[in-house]
Design a protein around this ligand. Structure first.
Ligand code: SAH
Ligand code: SF4
Length: 365
């Protein structure tokens, strides 16, 4: 069951709400502006008559109930844990950089892809998020950054879940973010484990969003082990889809590579990755991330010197590669660490951990 909440409705569906019966039509415009420009809950719009506000409170509930907020990197990384109306928990992370503010959002409660090294995968799949649940994470992040005097400019679909396994709702959210929240499609990035039919569909979309493919191995036997969906869409099939995507869009693709000590950081891994990159019609960009620790995976990330060595090996082979700065590892907010465990509430704010967790007062959107 995916619930219907205030950011699930299209403009046409809002217009058809029985709550507006007998009201002048400009009331719908007022509520839409409240949702997408002022970012205010409909029942808090004081320009509306009290009776209408009461009706809208019931018809347009919020999707996200704040549970905790944890802060890291001296306030520049903030992880929020949200309870959905059916009790499921998801997380989103706001990251402030000198030149931009980015939110990393979830698209599913859990994930069915079962990548061994990922905390979300280790916890299993609960359900898809609705378009409204996805959009409201961005709205909350926008409110958060506005309060800090900053403008939220970038959205990465790299939180919990596999975006292309929830294609229709995710794409509807992309269109809403672009058309109604005013975010540039070029600043939206979808990250996929390699769902080939989803990549094929993306290639046909008009909006120029960015695509990141989580590769982690350029050899089928190793990738089968790390990323089980590789058995369904092996590397030749995945690279075929990537090539068609590049031909259709003419936009650069990026590959994510989480470096695992002694597993995928060997010279042979760099050589295989370079060969694969050269097979594409447009040179991709490789993002290297040292594997972040998760409770259910004993292997550790490549130490910093090894990460630099791997990058240099790639560059020497003509591959465009950079090391991604890790954010929020101390609050389990970094790539692959989102698990939305209620235990994180109990653990948060332990003396001496440096974490700060505080139950938030009511909704801010
Ligand atoms: N399901 C999508 C998006 C969410 S995962 C995908 O897999 O792309 C976001 C990114 O975090 C992916 O690149 C994923 O491979 C990476 N990741 C998962 N677990 C990780 C870990 N323990 N350390 C570093 N990166 C990890
Ligand atoms: Fe799912 Fe992505 Fe984690 Fe794999 S890495 S389990 S696809 S969230």
């Amino acid at each position: 069951m995916t619930p219907r909440t205030r950011y699930d409705l299209s403009r046409v569906e809002l217009d058809a709400l029985p709550a507006f019966a007998g009201e002048p039509r400009y009331r719908v415009e007022q509520v839409w502006r409240g949702l997408y420009h002022e970012l205010v809950a409909p029942d808090a719009l004081t320009s509306l008559p009290r009776a209408l506000r009461d009706r809208l409170r019931d018809d347009l509930p919020s999707a996200l109930d704040p549970v905790t907020e944890q802060v890291s990197d001296r306030g520049d990384t903030v992880k929020s844990l949200w309870r959905l109306v059916d009790g499921n928990l998801v997380e989103s992370v706001v990251m402030l950089y000198p030149e931009r503010a980015t939110v990393c959002i979830s698209t599913q409660a859990g994930c069915a892809m079962g990548c061994a090294f990922c905390a979300t995968g280790q916890a299993g799949f609960n359900r898809h998020l609705s378009t409204g649940e996805i959009v409201e994470q961005v709205v909350r992040a926008t409110v958060h950054t506005r309060l800090l005097g900053r403008r939220l400019s970038n959205v990465v679909f790299m939180g919990m879940g596999e975006p292309l396994a929830n294609y229709d709702r995710v794409w509807a959210a992309v269109e809403r973010l672009h058309a109604d929240l005013g975010l540039s499609a070029r600043h939206l990035t979808l990250s996929t484990v390699g769902i080939v039919p989803g990549i094929e569909r993306l290639a046909r979309e008009a909006l120029p969003v960015n695509l990141a493919v989580s590769l982690h191995a350029a050899d089928d036997a190793l990738r089968d082990e790390l990323v089980p969906i590789n058995r369904r869409y092996p590397l030749d099939v995945l690279f075929g889809a990537c090539a068609r995507y590049l031909e259709a869009k003419g936009r650069r693709l990026s590959f994510e590579w989480a470096l695992i000590d002694g597993v995928n950081d060997r010279p042979i891994d760099a050589a295989q990755l370079a060969t694969r990159c050269r097979s594409l019609p447009l040179a991709p960009h490789v993002n290297l991330i040292p594997l972040n620790p998760t409770p259910g995976w004993p292997t550790r990330g490549t130490p910093p010197a090894g990460v630099r060595l791997f990058r240099d090996e790639l560059i020497a082979r003509g591959v465009n590669a950079t090391i991604r700065q890790n954010r929020g590892t101390d609050i389990d907010a970094a790539c692959g660490q989102l698990a939305a465990r209620p235990v994180s509430i109990a653990a948060a704010g332990r003396p001496g951990t440096g974490d700060q967790a505080s139950p938030l007062p009511g909704g801010s959107a």
